[in-house]
Write a protein that binds this ligand. Structure first.
Ligand SMILES: Nc1ncnc2c1ncn2[C@@H]1O[C@H](COP(=O)(O)OP(=O)(O)O)[C@@H](O)[C@H]1O
Ligand SMILES: [Mg+2]
Length: 594
C-alpha cells in the first residue's frame, strides 16, 4: 500500500496473474501432453538412422527402406503439425492471461498516481504485461516444456551404452551450469534496462507534451541531450544483458556440437572394443545432441525469460498493492448535505499535510467560494472533496456517508469536477461532455452544454457536437476547453459540483456563463463549491471559506468574509484580485493592486 493515505477500504487480492494463468490450466495440460508426443517424435531421426544402418544396409532390402522412409516422413509431418499447434496454443495462453488482467492493469495505472509518486512515465505495468505475454507466446516456454524430457533422452543414451550415457550426462550438467550462470548474470542488467527504459520514455513523453515551449524557448537541443544520456544508459544495460545471452548462447551451441562429436568418439572407441554397433553410436550421438537442444534453446531465450519473470513479479506486487475495489452496498443518491469534518490531506507519496483541520458543512442549494493565496491548499481541498486524494484524517461526507463508502464509479455520477488544469480526452465533444457514457441521451448532453452556456460555441465547431478533439482537447483554446470541462462537470446534474478556478481562462462572457451555471446548480438543489481568486467567480455563491497555508482561516456567509478581505471600493471591480488585507498577503498571481 506504500506510503499513500489509505483511507479507502481495500480487500486483499491474491496473485491475480497467477489466477489468470491458472485459468489456462487445461491449455497447459494439453501443452504438456503435446510436448510429450513431440519429444517422442523427436526420436524419429535417430530410430530411422538406426534402422537404416542395422537393418536396411545389412539386408540390402529396398522395400524395407521405402517402408521405413514413408513411416519416417509421416512421423516428421505429424511432429511439424504438433509443433505448429503448440506455438498457437501458447500465443493464445498469452492472450488469455493478458485478457484476464489487462483491465486491472489499466485500473492500477490510473489509480497509482492518486496513491503514490510514480517514477518514469507510469506505464511500466503495461510494458510488463506485454513482456509476460510476449514471452508466453515466444519459443521460450516451448524450451521449458522440453527441458523435463532431458532425463528421458539421457536414459535412452544410457540404454545404448553406459559410457554414451555418461558423456551425455556430463554435457547436460555443463549446459545446466551455463544456464544458471546466464540467469544470474542477466538479472541485474535486465532490471536496469527496465528502469532506464522508463526514464527514457518519461523524458520523451515530457518533451512531446511540451513541444511548443521547447521550440519557442530554444530548449529542444538541450532536452534532446538529456534524453540521449538516458537513452545511452538504457542501451548500455541492454547491451550488457544481450552480450551475456549471446555469448552464453554461442557457448551452449558449441558445447552441444562438441558433445555430439564426443559421443561419436566414445562410440567409435566402443565399436573398436566391439561393445556397440555403428548404428548405435550414430543414433546415440544424434540423440544426445537432441537431449540437450532444449537446454541450448533455453539459454538462447533466457534473457526474455528473466525479463518476463521480473515483469511478472513487479505486476503481481503492484496488483496486490492496489486490489480491485470491493463491491459496496449501493447507497441512495445524495441530495441533502455536504459535510467536511476535520479534514487533513497529504499529496500522494508525501507525508506532509498540505491541508489540515478543515471543517464546514453545506446544505442543498448552497454555494461555497473557496479563496486563498497560491499554494494555500485550495486545489488539495477540491481533490479531497471529489475523492481523488483520500484524506489522511477526517472525512468528506455526502448525506452522512463518507466518500469511501461509495464505489468510485457510483460516486462519479453524483459529482461534478472541473480540475484546475482541465484536459479533455481524445474523442468527440459530445463524448467528452457525457464522460464517455455510451448510453448518454443527447438531451442530457445538450442540457449540460446549455447549463455551461457552451451550446452555441459547440455548434460553431466544424462538426458541432461530433467534432473530434485530439489528445488533451487539442483543437480548442484553453478557455473553450475550460467551458466544455464545465459542461462535463455539470453533466447528469450531479449533487456536488466542485470547480477549481473555473474562470482562470475565461472572458467576461465566460464569467457570466459561469455565474449562471453555479446559480443553476444551486437552484436545482445541488451544492456548488467554487475555487476562485477573482471575485467575479463568487457572484453566485452565498458562503465563503478562506484558506491560508493549508488551514481554514474563516468560513461563513460570503459578505461577512469578503468584507474582512477586500476594501469595499474594489469589491465591485470585475478584475479585482482578492487581497488578503487582514493577512497582508497577496492574491494568486502575484499582481498586487494598491
Ligand atoms: N502532487 C503534489 N505533490 C506534492 N505536493 C503538492 C502536490 N500538489 C500540491 N502540492 C503542494 O500542496 C500545497 C497546496 O497546493 P494546492 O492545493 O495546489 O494550492 P492552491 O490550489 O491553493 O494553489 C502546495 O504547497 C504544493 O506545493
Ligand atoms: Mg490550485
Amino acid at each position: 500500500m506504500g506510503v499513500g493515505p489509505s483511507a479507502y477500504r481495500e480487500g486483499k487480492g491474491q496473485g491475480e496473474l497467477r489466477r489468470a494463468l491458472r485459468a489456462c490450466r487445461g491449455a497447459f495440460l494439453a501443452l504438456a501432453f503435446v510436448s510429450a508426443v513431440i519429444n517422442v517424435l523427436y526420436l524419429t531421426g535417430s530410430v530411422y538412422m538406426l534402422e537404416v544402418y542395422d537393418r536396411v544396409l545389412a539386408s540390402r532390402s529396398v522395400p524395407t527402406l521405402v517402408a521405413i522412409s514413408i513411416l519416417a516422413a509421416a512421423l516428421y509431418g505429424f511432429q511439424a503439425a504438433l509443433d505448429v499447434l503448440r506455438g498457437r496454443v501458447l500465443t493464445r495462453v498469452g492472450n488469455a492471461v493478458d485478457n484476464g488482467v489487462s483491465e486491472r492493469v489499466h485500473d492500477v495505472i490510473v489509480r497509482t498516481p492518486l496513491r503514490r509518486r510514480v517514477g518514469g512515465d507510469g506505464l511500466q505495468p503495461l510494458r510488463d504485461l506485454d513482456q509476460v505475454r510476449g514471452f508466453l507466446a515466444s519459443g521460450g516456454p516451448t524450451a521449458l516444456f522440453d527441458l523435463p524430457w532431458l532425463p528421458f533422452y539421457l536414459g535412452i543414451c544410457f540404454l545404448f551404452h553406459f559410457w554414451i550415457g555418461m558423456t551425455a550426462l556430463i554435457g547436460a550438467l555443463v549446459l545446466i551450469a551455463v544456464t544458471i550462470l546466464t540467469d544470474v548474470m542477466t538479472r541485474s542488467p535486465a532490471r536496469e534496462t527496465v528502469s532506464h527504459g522508463a526514464v527514457r520514455f518519461a523524458l520523451a513523453e515530457q518533451a512531446r507534451r511540451n513541444a511548443e515551449a521547447l521550440h519557442a524557448l530554444g530548449m529542444a537541443g538541450r532536452i534532446a541531450t538529456r534524453w540521449s544520456a538516458a537513452n545511452a544508459a538504457y542501451l548500455s544495460s541492454q547491451t550488457q544483458a544481450a552480450d551475456v545471452t549471446s555469448s552464453f548462447g554461442a557457448l551452449g551451441k558449441v558445447l552441444r556440437m562438441m558433445l555430439q562429436s564426443a559421443v561419436l568418439g566414445v562410440g567409435a572407441y566402443l565399436v573398436i572394443l566391439q561393445e556397440a554397433s555403428a548404428g548405435v553410436i550414430i543414433a546415440g550421438s544424434i540423440l544426445s545432441a537432441r537431449a540437450l537442444a532444449p537446454a541450448e534453446l533455453a539459454i538462447a531465450n533466457w534473457k526474455g525469460f528473466v525479463a518476463a519473470r521480473q515483469s511478472w513479479r513487479r505486476l503481481e506486487e503492484l496488483l496486490e498493492s492496489l486490489p480491485p475495489q470491493p463491491a459496496l452496498v449501493a447507497l441512495p443518491a445524495p441530495g441533502a448535505a455536504v459535510s467536511v469534518e476535520t479534514l487533513g490531506v497529504a499529496p500522494p507519496g508525501s507525508l506532509a499535510l498540505t491541508l489540515a483541520d478543515v471543517t464546514f458543512s453545506l446544505k442543498a442549494g448552497q454555494g461555497l467560494g473557496v479563496i486563498g493565496p497560491s499554494g494555500a491548499g485550495k486545489s488539495t481541498l477540491a481533490r479531497a472533496l471529489v475523492g481523488v486524494w483520500a484524506p489522511v484524517r477526517g472525512h468528506v461526507r455526502l448525506d452522512g456517508a463518507a466518500l469511501d463508502q461509495w464505489t468510485p464509479d457510483a460516486l462519479g455520477a453524483h459529482l461534478g469536477y472541473l480540475p484546475q488544469d482541465v484536459e479533455l480526452l481524445e474523442g468527440t465533444i459530445a463524448e467528452n461532455i457525457a464522460r464517455f457514457r455510451p448510453d448518454a441521451p443527447a438531451s442530457a448532453i445538450i442540457a449540460a452544454a446549455k447549463a455551461a452556456d457552451v451550446h452555441d460555441l459547440i455548434l460553431r465547431q466544424p462538426a458541432g457536437y461530433d467534432t473530434r478533439l485530439g489528445e488533451g482537447g487539442i483543437g480548442l483554446s484553453a478557455g473553450q476547453r475550460q467551458r466544455i470541462g464545465l459542461a462535463r462537470a455539470l453533466f447528469g446534474d450531479p449533487f456536488l459540483v466542485v470547480l477549481d478556478e473555473p474562470n482562470s481562462n475565461l472572458d467576461a462572457e465566460g464569467d457570466a456563463a459561469l455565474t449562471q451555471a453555479i446559480a443553476g446548480v444551486r437552484r436545482r438543489g445541488g451544492v456548488a463549491i467554487v475555487i476562485a481568486h477573482r471575485p467575479s467567480a463568487l457572484a453566485a455563491v452565498d458562503m465563503a471559506l478562506l484558506l491560508v497555508d493549508g488551514t481554514q482561516r474563516a468560513f461563513g456567509p460570503k459578505e461577512a468574509i469578503l468584507a474582512k478581505l477586500v476594501p469595499p471600493a474594489q469589491a465591485a471591480g470585475a478584475g479585482a484580485q482578492i487581497r488578503l488585507v487582514s493577512e497582508g498577503r497577496e492574491g494568486d498571481d502575484g499582481q498586487s493592486r494598491g
